[in-house]
Design a protein around this ligand. Structure first.
Ligand SMILES: NC(=O)c1ccc[n+]([C@@H]2O[C@H](COP(=O)([O-])OP(=O)(O)OC[C@H]3O[C@@H](n4cnc5c(N)ncnc54)[C@H](OP(=O)(O)O)[C@@H]3O)[C@@H](O)[C@H]2O)c1
Length: 336
């Protein structure tokens, strides 16, 4: 079978190869992969800035994938041949508080991911694919949908009448807009593009700010909320801009620290943080129970993932190239 392997860091070392067919061990299922979706993480991993010390040579990347079970190892009870399944990123994190040992069991690095015609994966590391979604749609869920769901509903308690702020129109943020709107929250979305902001409104954003033409987007968010600030900021940008997210949050509000598009460290104004009594909440995707809750919510609200472009398996490098430029919603690679 064929698989993309990361033989060293850098895009020149992402190669399409013939590799042996994997065999499911006890507790594992063999999945014929139909679709993989990319996350910013996949680029950071190839660039060697995402836990590089943990990544094995020859890693099959692709944390998020969906496909069909074509074989089972001994002791598998939850799935049978023919079942449609979707990967669960923190494969050993099933429920409850985060434990550091979960970090070593991330699908798509350090564990092999789905950018292959077939892949083996633990039965606890998949969820049933929602019947209403295609495999290409389901492949977008494991990281990009679960992360904002965890911020909004596991760490936060966002519901009708609350206000959230969402940065940019990438994979995480588009799901954040859709989910928060379905929760009947007021959604302030930012983007570098007025065209994208118009599309964000169609998906449920109630207010929009162009952060290029309005660099003081935090001030604009304060104005929109009558000076109060928002209940929850989903910060996917990181870097020193985190100061602005703290400014944009209401007193005792929450900033979900999700991403690092602008940098992995931040210089904070501690006085503003303590006076405002802001809750800074790190978010690392979520556990399997939250994933199942999310799937039920998407189904109930008939939310369909927003896919920017679907690439063929052989064109995976083009998909990574678009990832580096930014997409509206998700980028998917069709495998089957
Ligand atoms: N902690 C976690 O569990 C977790 C989970 C998923 C993702 N992440 C992280 O979250 C970040 C976003 O991930 P993603 O997969 O959604 O990325 P993505 O799809 O590549 O999102 C890129 C978009 O972000 C927006 N953006 C870029 N720089 C911005 C800035 N300075 N201000 C506002 N928006 C900006 C742009 O939107 P516009 O074109 O509209 O301006 C851009 O198109 C990444 O750092 C990723 O690693 C973390």
């Amino acid at each position: 079978m064929r698989a993309w392997t990361l033989d060293d860091f850098g895009f020149d070392n992402l190669n399409l190869r013939e590799v042996p067919m994997p065999e499911p061990a006890a507790g594992e299922v063999l999945v014929k992969v139909s679709a993989v979706s990319l996350n910013y993480r996949d680029k950071a991993l190839v660039d060697g800035v995402y836990a590089p010390e943990k990544m094995p040579k020859g890693l099959v990347p692709g944390a998020d994938f969906a496909g069909v079970v074509v074989g089972t190892g001994s002791g598998v009870t939850k799935y049978s041949v023919g079942d449609r399944v979707t990967s669960h990123f923190y494969s050993t994190w099933q429920d409850g508080p985060w434990l550091p040992e979960y970090a070593d069991h991330q699908i798509g690095g350090p564990l092999h991911g789905g950018l292959a015609e077939y892949q083996v994966i633990g039965e606890h590391a998949v969820v049933p694919t929602p019947a209403a979604l295609t495999d290409e749609e389901a492949a977008t869920l494991p990281i990009a949908a679960l992360t904002p769901w965890a911020a909004l509903r596991e760490h936060g308690d966002i519901g009708a009448g609350d206000t959230v702020l969402v940065q940019g129109t990438g994979g995480v943020s588009i799901f954040a807009i859709q989910i928060a709107a379905a929760l009947r929250a007021r959604v302030i979305a930012t983007s570098s593009s007025d065209v994208k902001l118009a599309r964000a409104r169609e998906l449920g954003a109630t207010d929009t700010i162009n952060y290029r033409t309005t660099p003081d987007w935090a001030g604009a968010a304060l104005e929109l909320t009558g000076g109060r600030g928002v209940d929850l900021v989903l910060d996917v940008v990181g870097g020193d801009g985190l100061r602005d997210s703290i400014r944009a949050a209401r007193g005792s509000g929450m900033v979900a620290v999700i991403g690092f598009l602008d940098g992995q460290s931040a210089n904070l104004d501690l006085m503003n943080l303590l006076w405002q009594q802001t809750h800074l909440q790190g978010v690392a995707v979520g556990h399997r129970r939250a994933f199942l809750d999310l799937v039920g919510f998407l189904d109930e609200h008939a939310i369909r993932p927003v896919i920017d472009t679907v690439y063929d398996f052989d064109d995976a490098l083009k998909a990574y190239d678009q990832l580096a430029r930014g997409a509206f919603g998700k980028i998917v690679i069709r495998v089957g």
